[in-house]
Structure formats: structure tokens, C-alpha cells
Ligand binder design. Structure first.
Ligand code: SLL
Length: 157
């Protein structure tokens, strides 16, 4: 497919995780042996932002090798997330895949799971009280001279 010359398209999105101490609603009770935390790692649109599934087709999350089936693939339209229980933090390897007609290679990101309270004493106290940790970062992908077809899906809202 022809490329749109001289054009770069940037898209912003969120990579993050939530975590809680087990037992907690939505997780097996009792938790699996030795598992003290429940968590969800995700790739998602900005709050009130355009839906990223128009350009993101598949996400592969690679978990720590202590997990059975450590490679988890989520097809579009998502939600692009994995929920698990466990005992420790590790870097989740994330690969973002785009539509075949885009001709774009997969993009790699890493998200280090945050399972423990962080920040000021006040912030930590609130996270403990709510039993909820949220650790997110703003991410950007840039497509240089996208194909005409991909350009259409990127700008279709
Ligand atoms: C640590 N560096 O030792 C880390 C490794 C591994 C986390 C954390 C296993 C879950 C399961 C799990 O929580 N792995 O048994 O399926 O702290």
C-alpha cells in the first residue's frame, strides 16, 4: 500500500497496572498458595481519549517465567489486559501489534509491575486504605509515513 509521504502520526496511550492485597473482590478466595497480591496489567486509551483499538490490533504480555502460559495474547478490540495473582514484582514484556496493512513492525515496551504502596506517607496510607495501587505511564507511538490504509484507520474517529 502507498505511504503518505512527509507525514508522522503520533498516538498516546496508557500502560499500567492496578494491584491489591488478597483476598479482594474479583479474585479467587482463598487465593492460590503463597499468592498475596492480585493485579491487572493493561494497555488502554487515555481517559476520554479516542479508542486505541482503531489502530492497535493485538497485544502480547509476557509474564515472569514462574507463571504457567507466561505469554498471554489479547486480540483486538480488547480490553488489552491480563489479570493474575502472585507474590512478586517483575517486568512485564509488552508487544503491540498493528493491522497487517500498516506494514508496521511490532513495538516493544516494558512495564515493571508495582504491587506495593509508593509515594508520600499520605499517598501510601490512601493506597492501603483503598487497597488499590495504580501505576501508569503515558506512552507514545509514532508512525512515520504510514500507509494510506493505516492512515485512514489512525484518523478515523
Ligand atoms: C521476586 N523477582 O522474586 C521477583 C520474581 C515472580 C512473581 C517474582 C508467581 C505466580 C505463580 C509469581 O508471583 N511470580 O506461582 O504462578 O520477587
Amino acid at each position: 500500500s502507498k505511504r503518505v509521504r512527509g507525514t508522522q502520526i503520533r498516538r498516546h496511550f496508557i500502560i499500567g497496572n492496578t494491584a491489591c492485597v488478597l483476598p479482594a473482590p474479583g479474585f479467587p478466595d482463598p487465593p492460590p498458595e503463597g499468592h498475596t497480591k492480585g493485579w491487572t496489567v493493561y494497555v488502554r486509551s487515555l481517559p476520554n481519549g479516542p479508542d486505541l483499538s482503531t489502530w492497535l490490533k493485538k497485544v502480547q504480555f509476557k509474564l515472569h517465567h514462574t507463571y504457567t502460559d507466561a505469554s498471554r495474547t489479547i486480540e483486538g478490540p480488547g480490553p488489552f489486559e491480563v489479570t493474575e495473582t502472585g507474590y512478586g514484582e517483575f517486568g512485564v514484556e509488552i508487544r503491540l501489534y498493528f493491522a497487517p496493512e500498516s506494514g508496521e513492525k511490532a513495538v516493544y515496551r516494558e512495564h515493571y509491575l508495582s504491587l506495593a504502596p509508593y509515594g508520600s506517607e499520605e499517598q501510601k496510607a490512601r493506597q492501603e486504605k483503598e487497597n488499590k495501587i495504580v501505576a501508569e505511564k503515558l506512552e507514545t507511538v509514532e508512525f512515520n509515513e504510514p500507509t494510506q490504509e493505516f492512515y485512514k484507520s489512525l484518523t478515523a474517529e
